[in-house]
Design a protein around this ligand. Sequence first.
Ligand SMILES: Cc1cc2nc3c(=O)[nH]c(=O)nc-3n(C[C@H](O)[C@H](O)[C@H](O)COP(=O)(O)OP(=O)(O)OC[C@H]3O[C@@H](n4cnc5c(N)ncnc54)[C@H](O)[C@@H]3O)c2cc1C
Length: 301
Amino acid sequence: MLDKLKKALANIEGLDLRYDHKLKEYTSFKIGGKADIFAIPKTKNTLIELLQLLQDYQFPFFILGKGSNIIVGDKGYRGMIIYTGELKNVNIEGTIIKAEAGITLAALANKALAAGLSGLEFASGIPGSLGGALYMNAGAYGSEMKDVVREASLLDYAGNEYIYSKEELALSYRYSILQKKPLIVLTVSMELEKGNKEEIKAKMLELNRRRKEKQPLEWPSAGSIFKRPEGHYVGPMIEELGLKGYRIGDAQISEKHAGFIINLGNATAADVIKLIKLVQDKIYKEKGIKLEPEPRFIGEF
Ligand SMILES: Cc1cc2nc3c(=O)[nH]c(=O)nc-3n(C[C@H](O)[C@H](O)[C@H](O)COP(=O)(O)OP(=O)(O)OC[C@H]3O[C@@H](n4cnc5c(N)ncnc54)[C@H](O)[C@@H]3O)c2cc1C
């Protein structure tokens, strides 16, 4: 079947294909094995054609943005990884900015800045794609995607397109309906406000300065490793238990911010999972709080 699928894939226009491809370089954690197939659609139509083909073959796939909120298993992924990084068109009309899912939040925030639009400053330092940000309802410094999203155009796994309103997207803390329904983000439409370019830029710089000061951005990581339990801050709790700097293999609880696990060089997914479990067990034992990992776990561990 694989040979037949490979032949059919080669006939799709605008599709870049790699076989047995290392995923490490496509994750911010720099961890993970290989994907059987790695596909990069260059246009929306290519993506739709690809989905239809995969549906015919009942071939498993995973949608990858910037890989900044995933932990890929050391044995990699059996199936196809579809990387959205080439889908990055942006259109601005008045205060409405509409962009394809693969654009980075940093690039999007810069486009908004150039157009004198305020509202995306909070996102400029989050190292994800727009699609991943909608999926996670990413947020920082008191703002989140929910504050700016109007609607999104989504594809189901057969390649049919739907428009979901903000309400239908059900955005809440690090959650969207995309985590429940098999849907792919194609474009997101956001409403911003007219603003002063100098002020927008100053706010972006200030937030990114604060981020750099607090977060271990000099090391690979997947950002905050646990979701924030209501009424508690994860970093200080971990610090209180004396776990700051604790290390398993090359995975370490950051000395700079205990809510982050960093990869000191050759950390494996297995190291990270052991460390996550250790923290979860200790926090539960000492505080009775169940910590839930924020990143998604992908592939074989
Ligand atoms: C140093 C660092 C700092 C961070 N700071 C923050 C922060 O301040 N706030 C915050 O909220 N997060 C933060 N994060 C986490 C992360 O950047 C966000 O969750 C981001 O939105 C993930 O986007 P991504 O493109 O990297 O998604 P990925 O990691 O590629 O994927 C995450 C999930 O989204 C899904 N997905 C991606 N694209 C699509 C699509 N087009 N359609 C459907 N599903 C899709 C994937 O299938 C996967 O399930 C940080 C991460 C790091 C490494």
